[in-house]
Ligand binder design. Structure first.
Ligand code: 5RP
Length: 260
């Protein structure tokens, strides 16, 4: 378990840049991920970890690629449904072991119609994953009607940790320090909907300042007009202590280099 955790959070600083490309499991061929292999190829060498489904792992990621994988193992709904919370475990631990993953990830929908099902599902997954030393990342998914404030996110993150998650993924919010303070395992943030690049770097900077251990970011990287520049910039903020302006310079330098 500790060895796998150290593949996700880098030994030098205990921080992580995870590239989330699992969106298709309920969104289908979403913008930037229509051909996942083409999106992933240039970004994987710059990510610490790939968060992906087994279908995309099998079909779009070269098995020889030396990158730790956090495998999404929950699903069961699509964007066609009003309520996205009706998820269950969709991948066996046996298959996760076969795929040699560093971690498994599932969503918990606290406060949703399927709160109990997903919280119980998390604790069952932790039981199974513990047996083979695989850390579980709990995604504190937010239903459309949920408010992403510190009270709600603090509740969801704490419950996930209490159920035995080794890592919790959530959203940055005002008062994020209290979310981190109340969560005894490392917290990483999702990026959410695509923002202007500098704003996404500001979000990253604030999350790290407020106690996050890294990002598990998708759309703000792969939907950028320069995804490679953006992941380099996010790395600079997460791993090198870059300011927002310095991170933005990293992004712009890569974008301008590509344009020449
Ligand atoms: C979906 C997920 C996504 O991986 C997550 O939302 C991260 O991606 P983004 O930065 O695009 O929000 O877990 O439930």
């Amino acid at each position: 378990m500790r060895n796998r955790m150290s593949r996700i959070f880098k030994a030098a600083d205990g921080r992580a840049v995870m590239l989330a490309v699992d969106h298709g499991y309920f969104q289908g061929p979403t913008t930037g991920l229509v051909r996942p292999g083409e999106t992933i190829a240039p970004l994987a060498p710059l990510a610490d970890t790939l968060m992906v489904t087994r279908g995309v792992l099998r079909t779009c990621v070269d098995a020889g690629l030396d990158i730790p994988v956090v495998l999404r193992v929950s699903g069961g709904t699509s964007i066609l449904k009003e309520d996205l919370s009706d998820e269950e475990i969709t991948v066996s631990i046996r298959d996760a072991v076969r795929l040699n993953v560093a971690g498994v990830a599932m969503s918990v929908f606290v406060g949703s119609p399927h709160e109990r099902q997903t919280i119980k599902g998390l604790s069952d997954l932790v039981d199974e994953a513990n047996e083979v030393g695989i850390p579980v990342l709990a995604v504190t998914a937010v239903g459309k009607e949920m408010v992403r404030d510190a009270r709600y996110l603090g509740l969801a993150c704490r419950i996930a940790a209490e159920m035995g998650a080794s890592i919790v993924k959530t959203y940055h919010c005002d008062g994020f320090e209290s979310v981190v303070a109340g969560c005894p395992v490392p917290v990483v943030i999702a990026g959410g909907k695509k923002l202007v690049e500098k704003d996404a770097l500001e979000l990253t900077f604030r999350a790290m300042r407020d106690g996050a251990k890294g990002v598990d970011m998708g759309r703000n990287i792969f939907q950028s007009d320069c995804p490679v520049g953006m992941i380099k910039a996010v790395r600079a903020v997460v791993h090198d202590g870059a300011t927002v302006a310095q991170g933005n310079d990293v992004y712009l330098a890569e974008k301008n280099r590509k344009a020449r």
